[in-house]
Design a protein around this ligand. Structure first.
Ligand code: PMP
Length: 341
């Protein structure tokens, strides 16, 4: 167990969450003249700052309390606000395991926080021996763990995650953006066990709402209270909340979508395996494949010229490109184009 007060920035610890007149007034009313809104129209009112309807639904689906949920403007906001809550600019540090999702680095730079990169080893797993000294560093406030990891596509060993949660006196953010494609269980079930755990999920991947920008953090009530103190009051728009609610009321559609993507993933793997330019396909628990080719820069450029866009990850993993599983039609175009090289 960590003492949260010791790792939260002082000014945030002492801060009160912003509260509007409508937050303070708990009943129903006929006349709303408190927020300088335009009285006419359909989207004229501010959105619910607490996103209550979404949290009620997620609470039932994920088996957590509503006060253990933060809804953000994409999980990128979950990541960025963590820096504001826990890291003193110019002083504190965070740690990531490379190669991984680029936003931790971007957010660290924006917030003037040093980022320590520990290389993943042996098929992209955490090297606990190398990590050990950092677990005791007082100025390392957050460890980001992306599982399944982007761009390597694999799950990280859950025993390693537990070891870090038990032996690190700071916050551990487990980024589960791709968890719905994974064979492994979410870490959400552990938020009552570890008071330094934040699990981040998103509506952008399996839920099919990347255009909507809604991400979610699950953590202890104490951590969620900190998020509520630093978030912009109306961080999720009415239209975005409606789109998410709509999807939460249509779980069969989401499930069918995931099943299709997993089936297409298998077919895409088989087709890629038959191509001579493909040297290796890394195991995947996500909706994308990391593949090694003869020459990533050349393959990437060839595909671009044919208007097929994949991600060149050559700078992160030698001669690798990352391919998202698309529709059957998109996947066929990709394979046909690669065949024509
Ligand atoms: N985490 C990971 C690991 C991702 O790959 C991405 C998007 N590529 C995100 C978070 C961002 O998700 P969101 O759209 O919710 O901001």
């Amino acid at each position: 167990m960590i003492n949260l007060k010791n790792i939260v920035r002082n000014n945030i610890w002492n801060l009160k969450a912003y509260s509007s007149a409508r937050d303070e007034f708990k009943g129903t009313a006929d006349v709303f003249l408190d927020a300088n809104e335009n009285p006419f129209g359909t989207l004229n009112r501010y959105p619910d700052p607490q996103q209550k309807a979404i949290k009620d639904k997620l609470s039932a689906i994920k088996n957590v309390e509503t006060n253990q949920i933060f809804v953000g403007n994409g999980s990128d906001e979950v990541i960025d606000l963590a820096f504001r809550i826990f890291c003193e600019p110019g002083k504190d540090k965070v740690l990531t395991f490379s190669p991984t999702y680029g936003m931790y680095d971007v957010s660290a730079n924006i917030n003037n926080i040093e980022l320590i990169k520990q290389p993943l080893i042996n098929d992209f797993q955490i090297n606990l021996n190398q990590l050990q000294p950092y677990l005791d560093f007082e100025d390392v406030k957050i460890i980001f763990i992306c599982s399944p990891n982007n761009p390597t596509a694999n799950n990280l060993n859950p025993d390693d995650l537990k070891y870090i949660l038990e032996n690190f006196n700071g916050i551990v953010i487990v980024d589960e953006a791709y968890i719905d494609f994974s064979s492994q269980a979410s870490f959400i079930k552990n938020i009552n066990t570890y008071n330094n755990l934040i699990v981040s999920q998103t509506f952008s991947k399996a839920w099919g709402l990347a255009g909507v920008r809604v991400g979610v953090a699950y953590a202890s009530e104490a951590i969620i209270n900190l998020y509520n103190r630093v978030k912009p009051p109306y961080n999720v728009s009415t239209l975005n909340q409606e789109a998410v609610l709509n999807r939460l009321n249509n779980l069969e559609l989401v499930k069918a979508n995931i099943d299709t993507i997993l089936l297409e993933r298998t077919k895409l793997k088989e087709a890629l395996n038959k191509l001579s330019i493909v040297k290796k396909i890394y195991p995947t628990d996500a909706n994308f494949l990391l593949i090694e080719v003869d020459n990533a820069n050349k393959t990437y450029q060839y595909l671009i010229d044919k208007k097929v866009i994949v991600r060149n990850r050559n700078t992160q993993v030698d001669n690798c490109i990352r391919i998202t599983v698309g529709t059957p039609e998109e996947n066929k175009i990709l394979i046909d184009t690669l065949k024509s090289i």
